[in-house]
Write a protein that binds this ligand. Structure first.
Ligand SMILES: CC(C)(COP(=O)(O)OP(=O)(O)OC[C@H]1O[C@@H](n2cnc3c(N)ncnc32)[C@H](O)[C@@H]1OP(=O)(O)O)[C@@H](O)C(=O)NCCC(=O)NCCS
Length: 158
């Protein structure tokens, strides 16, 4: 999703307001999750956001969303945010984030979705880390006991 940063979307330093970027990322991620599952999708969790670089007023911002792993009904979606350099036309990475979406039926109940097969090195890396991020998110949300987060624990034990 590519769009401009307009004055109404900025903070007092004339940079993009964080909540505006979160909303743009949520929209892009929901499209990726919907295209993968071909279902209604809802945001279950925002797992990670890094506002590494400010995005100045007038910037052309591109939000790239990709499903990095599909579980039973939930999907991890990776977001990469890029800014166009006006003179060179090159894109610079500004921010990244990880969201979790759940595919649901018309009554809002989770439904099964197809799996993802990662192909590139980056896709494989993100796919491999997704289970421990899911476990961390569930532990933080109080939906999983820490002792059951086997993949997450293995990270500290190896
Ligand atoms: C997201 C939602 C559908 C999950 O429903 P639930 O009753 O908790 O369902 P389950 O426990 O069966 O979980 C469904 C899946 O979501 C995952 N999930 C739930 N909460 C999660 C969290 N905080 N982090 C990561 N994954 C989560 C579960 O692990 C499960 O994944 P799996 O099926 O791939 O193994 C439900 O909480 C909901 O509708 N929330 C509101 C969503 C919404 O309105 N979003 C917009 C906010 S304004």
């Amino acid at each position: 999703m590519t769009d401009l940063v307009l004055p109404s979307e900025t903070n007092p330093l004339n940079n993009l307001f964080g909540g505006e970027l979160l909303a743009r990322m949520d929209r892009a991620a929901s499209i990726a999750a919907r295209r993968h599952s071909r279902r209604i999708v809802v945001t279950a969790s925002v797992n990670h956001v890094a506002f590494n670089r400010a995005v100045p007023l007038g910037s052309v911002v591109t939000v790239e969303a990709k499903v990095s792993r599909a579980f039973k009904s939930s999907m991890e979606v990776y977001l990469d945010v890029w800014i166009d350099d006006r003179e060179s036309g090159q894109r610079t990475k500004a921010n990244e984030a990880i969201y979790t979406f759940v595919a649901v039926d018309e009554t809002g109940r989770p439904v099964a979705i197809p799996e993802i097969i990662p192909e590139t090195e980056e896709e494989k890396l993100r796919y491999d880390g997704a289970l421990r991020r899911k476990q961390l998110s569930l532990v933080l949300a109080g939906k999983m006991e820490p002792q059951d987060a086997t993949e997450l624990k293995a990270l500290f034990e190896s």
